[in-house]
Design a protein around this ligand. Structure first.
Ligand code: UD1
Length: 330
């Protein structure tokens, strides 16, 4: 298979590229390097620098003939999207519409979207399945929902099919240490915890310890990025074989609290990890856990690497290596 990954030099995209390369597929990476890193791109990949807002560049690269396109080129900080909505509408919505339109025009029929559990908003019930109402509580989540809705329309109107993968909390690093690039200015819990352990930032702010959960901190479904990557391979095979649309959750189906993450990180890193408990972050639900039954049944997908220890240990290996090199680790 010949697959083109938009946003393929980022954290998730790099892992997805490794999963396809492991099967000897031909992988192209299209990235503007705004948050992705050139050094993440495996030498076996074809690399195209470009922006999804640049229609001509997108057209030029698509014209090289691809079996499937995977779209991971998006901003993803839920909090930031509430302060800078234009940044999110321009890149995530306008950029995605450019991309989908150009794929249809180029005759590319198989499209995989990197979507998010953020499309659901505050859970009305748990675990959250794909039929759960969609009322995003942040603008980022709305951008993903908007792209999904356009994909549905395009597939009705044109000869075009898609799979939308609704990730829960992506975490962890390639267990074989093939990906060493750190995210720039991370806002997600686990990279922030790692930066504290590595001496890059002084402490972790825990956003609320008065939630209605066992220890009072927020509970999320952390899914290993290698499991997510495998989901993309299965999604590409599915859409090419069946020529029909699919929307599925990818989550571990297991809830972990912020406190459980801190405890595991302290044990695995051997570091103190200073913590300060502060106010809740607006828009954060208390608890979010996936049902991945559909992904299991339809794709045969399973979260195999998503234990807390595997997630924390694989991430720490990368942060430790980078920090020793940069001299921040004592
Ligand atoms: C959000 C989105 C998710 C998206 C992800 C991408 C929602 C409901 N979820 O996940 O779909 O894929 O962003 O970035 O919109 N926390 C702290 N201190 C920190 C950082 C986080 O206590 O410095 C806590 C949060 O309050 C939360 C948990 O850690 O309880 C996880 O937060 P985070 O990693 O930011 O992800 P989500 O907000 O769950």
């Amino acid at each position: 298979m010949k697959v083109l990954l938009f946003g393929g030099a980022g954290y998730i995209g790099t892992h997805v590229s490794l999963a396809f390369l492991d099967r000897k597929d031909t992988v192209g990476i299209f990235d503007n390097l705004s948050s992705g890193l050139r050094s993440n791109v495996d030498s076996r990949c074809l690399f195209f620098e470009g922006d999804i807002l640049d229609k001509e560049r997108v057209r030029e690269v698509l014209s090289q003939g691809w079996d499937a396109v995977i779209h991971l080129a998006a901003f993803k900080a839920a909090g930031e999207s509430m302060i800078k909505p234009f940044k999110y509408s321009e890149n995530n919505i306008t950029g995605s519409l450019n991309l989908i339109t150009e794929c249809v025009k180029a005759g590319i029929k198989n499209f995989i979207l990197s979507s998010s559990a953020a499309v659901y908003g505050e859970p009305a019930y748990l675990p959250v399945d794909e039929d759960h109402p969609k009322h995003p509580t942040n603008y980022y989540g709305y951008t993903k929902l908007c792209i999904e809705e356009n994909l549905r329309w395009y597939s009705e109107l044109k000869d075009f099919n898609y799979v939308s993968l609704r990730y829960f909390n992506a975490a962890g690093y390639d267990n074989d240490g093939r990906m060493l690039g750190l995210e720039k200015n991370p806002a997600n819990l686990i990279p922030v915890v790692m930066e504290v352990a590595a001496g890059i930032r002084p402490n972790l702010l825990v956003f609320g310890n008065d939630y209605d959960t066992a220890d009072g901190t927020g509970v999320r479904d952390y899914v290993h990025v290698t499991d997510l990557a495998q989901g993309h391979v299965m999604a590409a095979d599915y859409v090419m074989k069946n020529q029909e649309n699919l929307v599925v959750n990818l989550g571990s189906e297991y809830g972990l609290s912020v406190q459980q993450i801190i405890d595991s990180a302290r044990e695995i890193t051997g570091k103190t990890i200073e913590v300060q408990y502060v106010e809740r972050r607006p828009g954060d639900p208390a608890k979010l856990v996936a049902s991945s039954q559909k992904a299991r049944e339809v794709l045969g997908w399973k979260a195999e690497h998503s234990s807390v220890d595997s997630i924390i240990a694989s991430t720490w290996k990368v942060y430790e290596a980078n920090s020793v090199k940069a001299g921040s680790l004592q």
